[in-house]
Design a protein around this ligand. Structure first.
Ligand code: FAD
Length: 309
């Protein structure tokens, strides 16, 4: 296949392991990993890549389980050349490889409130694709424009309507790679914004296994369980609660464990395979269904092939 692939200026690696590129540190190799030098390099590569070759854009892998057999695709990972951040008034434009935390900090320095991004460990590409959010704010609330390179190599600007944001989801044309995004945040006092972010980080460390290898929340909070309006029932039903009720806090399989600290966090204790992690997740879904009749939906994306026997 290599002869069929365009020769980019950036780095193209064959049979490249992906485990070191994901937060969970598991997963087999990609057929190819492409790290474009800049937007023109990405455009030319995609334009010249045979249409039948699948493309998978990845961010920093903080919401991914790559299966042990790896990915039959060209994985595209943006790096330097796609991580600039600029602020103009209340408008912040960031490259898709910029880390959410860096964008939040730089915005706060300039008095723009994108503080909710501070505790999300992903990149801007992943934030737009996943409509990342926390503390009641979502990417969809602040996004004004996203720029993509299509699978055919064209640069296109998408509006929030084009992206059709939903809970932890947005629509992108097949094979498109997000290259930058423009946000507009409320004005705030820089010192107050930095203080708020420090408090949010501390709260995270107290309640979530932030030092462990995880991919954040494993399952979405169950839909259809809105508040009854009673004083003692003001929260939607949480995934961690039904996992606790099913007795699965701390459950393990191989090197995978449902974190004793937060039962909706699936962690790699050191030696887990993707199969251990996904298998444990499926066991949790089964136990939760048996105990509460609720079908949990995965929030972590699982991609690639299982290992062949
Ligand atoms: C400790 C921890 C805490 C977390 N807390 C939160 C939280 O509070 N809120 C929250 O929403 N999430 C949270 N997450 C999950 C995760 O950080 C987010 O989903 C994040 O937005 C994923 O970004 P990423 O760059 O890691 O994307 P990846 O995991 O690499 O990819 C996720 C998806 O985005 C797509 N994608 C990534 N980059 C691009 C691109 N340039 N172009 C096109 N598609 C792209 C991928 O194809 C894939 O479909 C947490 C994760 C961890 C490990």
């Amino acid at each position: 296949m290599n002869q069929l692939l365009p020769k980019p200026r950036g780095k193209l690696s064959e049979n490249r392991a992906l485990n070191d590129l994901t937060w969970l540190r598991v997963g087999g190799p990609a057929d190819y990993l492409f790290q474009p030098a800049d937007i023109e390099d990405l455009q030319h590569f995609l334009r010249d890549l045979p249409a039948a070759v699948p493309v998978f854009p990845m961010g920093v892998g903080s919401n991914l389980i790559v299966r042990d057999g790896g990915l039959r695709a060209v994985v595209i990972r943006l790096g330097r050349g796609f991580n600039g951040i600029s602020v103009d008034g209340n408008t912040v434009t960031a490259g898709a490889a910029a880390l959410d935390a860096h964008v939040a900090r730089k915005a706060a320095d300039a008095g723009v409130d994108l503080t909710f991004l501070r505790t999300i460990p992903g990149s801007i590409g992943g934030a737009v694709r996943m409509n990342a959010g926390c503390y009641g704010s979502y990417t969809a609330d602040v996004l004004r424009k996203a720029t993509i390179v299509t699978r055919q190599g064209e640069v296109l600007d998408l509006s929030p309507e084009d992206l059709n944001f939903r809970y932890r989801q947005s629509d992108l044309p097949d094979g498109a790679v997000l290259v930058s995004a423009t946000f507009e945040g409320p004005a705030g006092d820089p010192e107050e914004l930095h203080t708020r972010m420090a408090a949010q980080l501390q709260k995270r460390d107290e309640t979530q296994p932030t030092k462990d290898r995880s991919a954040g929340s494993t399952f979405r909070n169950p839909a259809g369980f809105s508040s009854t309006g009673r004083a003692d029932d003001v929260h939607d039903l949480k995934a961690w609660k039904v996992i606790d009720d099913a007795g699965m806090r701390g459950a393990s399989r191989g090197g995978a464990q449902m974190s004793p600290k937060h039962s909706n966090f699936l962690i790699n204790t050191g030696s887990a395979t993707a199969s251990d992690l996904e298998g444990l997740g499926e066991e949790v879904r089964k136990k939760v269904y048996e105990t509460s009749g609720i079908t949990l939906e995965w929030e972590i994306m699982r991609v690639g092939d299982p290992l062949k026997e």
